[in-house]
Write a protein that binds this ligand. Structure first.
Ligand SMILES: NC(=O)c1ccc[n+]([C@@H]2O[C@H](COP(=O)([O-])OP(=O)(O)OC[C@H]3O[C@@H](n4cnc5c(N)ncnc54)[C@H](OP(=O)(O)O)[C@@H]3O)[C@@H](O)[C@H]2O)c1
Length: 332
């Protein structure tokens, strides 16, 4: 990669961000990672997308989370991220952890979806082409598709590493008994599961019962997606649905119908607790997910640099008193 812009990353970029080892691996991830599911597609503002990636890197966010289908249109987040890298980050590839995934619907026909070897092998090649990268740091099976034997999917992940197309592998959203099988098979193949990616937030706590203990048992890292419940765990919906919010956008995955009175009321009460802690609700919601040592990192999605700046402040007040935790549990 050749340098094509004058962007110079902030010299002090590693000073504020804490990093955590990913499970029992030697790889460290920033406690806050940036996800490109929304806001980086061809329908979005490329200038804002570029600013967010630069701001992230300037503040120690070394990990960027993609998937083949992120956009819209599907694939365009990878294309845009590749362009941002090429135009600004030439020479910095070795300071970055870039992940991608395959498993959700991406192209027509029986091979463009699911967890088959065919889909994963074709997908990783497509994603490398779109991003212009030589390899991904982490490549995930995005989901268990309900049919494909875990042995087949794991075999493809192992071969992706052996072919040098990814350094590490992960799984996302696998039901616990199949996650266990995947961890066992990957370990036997000598390609341990680096990381497990699941939804985890104040509003969605299922992983506490099964996946979090399982990741600890097998030495996999854990990374939480949608830690702000797509924006519901911020103060933005307390007075209705703002015009440019995810719930208002036709391309957003958060439906207006999901902004229910009970969720808004819970957010209002949580917001009061956050204000007493001297935080925004977004900051408190992220700190709450990160308080568990088994959580390696949270992946935030942001639509502006200001949101990213706010979310990074979560790291300034990471602890909770027992009373605060009791109060939060009472709201939930
Ligand atoms: N493995 C999987 O299946 C899977 C599934 C989903 C997501 N993910 C990953 O996880 C990442 C994060 O998911 P997510 O985007 O749902 O995360 P999220 O952090 O829960 O929600 C992001 C949205 O919350 C709002 N927001 C963020 N910070 C804010 C702040 N400080 N103040 C006010 N509003 C704020 C923004 O909404 P507005 O747009 O309304 O401003 C933003 O688009 C994705 O990008 C992707 O990488 C993975």
């Amino acid at each position: 990669m050749n340098k094509t812009t004058t962007y110079q990353p902030a010299p002090q970029r590693y000073e504020q961000m804490p990093y955590a080892y990913c499970g029992k691996s030697g790889l460290q991830l920033p406690r806050i990672s940036l996800g490109l599911w929304h806001n980086f597609g061809s329908v979005d503002d490329f200038g804002v997308a570029t600013s967010m990636v630069k701001y992230a890197f300037d503040h120690g966010i070394t990990h960027f989370d993609l998937a083949n289908n992120y956009g819209p249109e599907p694939g365009s987040a990878e294309t845009n991220f590749g362009r941002i890298l090429k135009e600004n980050f030439a020479g910095y590839r070795d300071e970055l952890i870039v992940s991608s995934k395959a498993g959700h619907e991406m192209w027509p026909g029986p091979y463009g979806d699911g967890s088959s070897r065919k889909n994963l092998m074709a997908s990783v090649n497509q994603s490398l082409r779109r991003t212009g990268l030589e390899y991904f740091d982490i490549f995930y099976s995005h989901r268990y598709d309900g049919v494909t034997p875990v042995e087949e999917t794991v075999g493809a992940l192992v071969d992706i590493v052996r072919q040098g197309k990814a350094l590490y592998v992960g799984i996302s959203k696998y039901p616990p008994h199949l996650a266990r099988l995947a961890y066992q098979l990957l370990a036997e193949a000598g390609v341990p599961c680096l990381i497990s990616q699941y939804r985890y937030s104040l509003f969605t706590r299922e992983v506490e019962a099964d996946i979090l203990p399982l990741t600890a048992e097998f030495g996999s890292g854990f990374i939480a997606f949608s830690p702000l419940a797509q924006g519901l765990l911020t103060d933005k919906y307390l007075q209705g649905i703002p015009e440019h919010s995810r719930a208002a956008r036709p391309t957003g995955f958060l439906q207006a119908s999901q902004v229910t009175p009970d969720k808004v009321e819970a957010a209002r009460r949580l917001n009061n607790i956050a204000l007493r802690r001297g935080q925004t609700l977004a900051e408190m919601a992220l700190a709450w997910v990160l308080k568990d040592d088994r959580v390696t990192s949270v992946i935030v999605g942001t639509s502006s640099v200001a949101q990213l700046a706010d979310n990074l402040k979560a790291l300034e007040h990471p602890t909770f008193t027992p009373e605060e935790l009791r109060e939060i549990d009472a709201v939930l």
